[in-house]
Design a protein around this ligand. Structure first.
Ligand SMILES: Cc1ncc(COP(=O)(O)O)c(C=O)c1O
Length: 395
């Protein structure tokens, strides 16, 4: 179809600079491409019941313009108990998914041309958002222990020598997307020290915090920093249902107030807020039970994928061993271009995310992100066998 004439020349300069992307539906029968929850992890019936109760009990207000019916109180208790984040309604804001929280924070903090530090590779949604904003990205690499704080410090020194001052560091310290790695406690402490020394804000994206496969829980940067210069974001998408579009941010009350003043898009859906609250219950017990169930399911899936990788991959392929979350990150021999290989893999009914989608500069051509969260459990090994076969053919 021809583009509507209004698209050119009337759209904003920002919109002109934006590349349009592909759709979001997993196409192949064994899909490792997106961080979608498994279909069996979505509590359809319980949400149907919660929705019916919300409509019956709260009548108009679930469908009217309006504020939060009390889901914030459930979150406040949960964040205090699990993350040890002490907050009130003054410094917590519920948003339409954590993507909206991240967008709101970027809108508050960033102007085109600003310097932003970001893990690389990183979550492709935020990478795209940053690109669209026209900021200058300073990539910070990762290893199996998370953020390379030595490289972070080297970048900060180099930028300072060049007269540049980064405003924000975007970081996913727990079960990172796309690598699955977790930043150690010592490195978390160092990030906070550097943030104070070099005076930048931290945007801590903790989307996978609850989906841990062990009992180990590291303190969020927000806690280590006493909430002084950290924005903390989280989401119901991975622990309940992404279709509800419910996420949150925690930050200093003054920052939350400024973001509220900037927001004109209506925020989180009242219908979802009411439904979410009915689902969780005032003490969050049903959400806790759901999280316990999901941890078991994703742990098993991760183990199945790890076993299949061990069984089928050639010796010169490496991969991460996450202790939570949705993703495994593969490193292939440098001569293999996964953007070229994907056509043959798709032709065999399997899909993955080429690593370069998660970098800002097109690197990652020999990396693959595999989501073990979505594909049917009994297809995981077959999917890995097929990808491994294509890799072997190119080794
Ligand atoms: C690291 C990370 N942050 C944020 C999001 C956004 O999630 P949502 O907007 O559904 O809360 C995702 C989704 O995949 C993610 O992986």
């Amino acid at each position: 179809m021809q583009a509507p004439s209004i698209l050119s020349p009337s759209v904003s300069a920002r919109a002109k600079a934006i590349r349009t992307g592909a759709g979001w539906a997993p196409n192949e029968s064994i899909s490792f491409i997106y961080g979608f929850p498994a279909p069996e992890c979505l509590p359809n019936e319980a949400i149907a019941g919660a929705s019916a109760r919300a409509l019956k009990t709260h009548g108009e207000w679930a469908l009217q313009y309006g504020g939060d019916p009390g889901l914030a109180n459930v979150l406040i208790k949960k964040l205090a108990r699990d993350q040890k984040i002490m907050c009130t309604r003054e410094n917590l804001m519920i948003t339409a998914g954590s993507s909206q929280a991240i967008a709101n924070i970027c809108e508050l903090m960033l102007d085109p041309g600003d310097v932003v530090l970001s893990e690389a590779p990183t979550f492709l949604g935020t990478a795209r958002m940053m690109r669209n904003l026209g900021v200058e990205i300073e990539p910070v690499p990762l290893d199996d222990d998370g953020v390379r704080v030595d490289q972070l410090e080297a970048s900060l020194i180099r930028l300072r020598t060049a007269g540049k001052k980064p405003k924000l560091f975007y970081v996913i310290p727990t079960f990172q997307n796309p690598t699955g790695v977790t930043t150690t406690l010592a490195r978390r402490q160092r990030i906070v020290e550097l943030a104070h020394e070099f005076d930048f804000a931290i945007l801590e994206d903790d989307a996978y915090h609850d989906l841990r496969f062990t009992e180990e829980r590291l303190p969020p940067l927000y806690v280590l920093d006493n909430g002084v210069r950290t924005f903390y974001t989280g989401t119901f998408s991975k622990i309940l249902a992404p279709g509800l579009r419910l996420g949150w941010m925690v930050a200093h009350p003054d920052l939350i107030a400024r973001i509220s003043a900037l927001k004109t898009e209506g925020g989180a859906s009242p219908y979802s807020l009411h439904t979410g609250l009915e689902y969780c219950g005032p003490d969050g017990a049903d959400l806790d039970a759901n999280i316990a169930r999901l941890r078991e399911i994703y742990k098993r899936r991760c183990e199945l994928m790890q076993d299949a990788l061990t069984e089928f991959m050639p010796a010169d392929v490496g991969w991460t061993k996450p202790k939570g979350g949705f993703f495994v990150w593969l490193t292939l021999p440098p001569n293999i271009d996964v953007t070229e290989m994907i056509a043959s893999v798709r032709a065999r009914g399997v899909d993955y995310l080429p690593g370069n989608a998660c970098f800002f500069d097109g690197s990652g051509k020999n990396n693959i992100r595999l989501a073990f969260s979505y594909a049917a459990e009994d297809s995981l090994a077959e999917g890995i066998r097929i990808i491994a076969g294509e890799i072997r053919a190119r080794c």
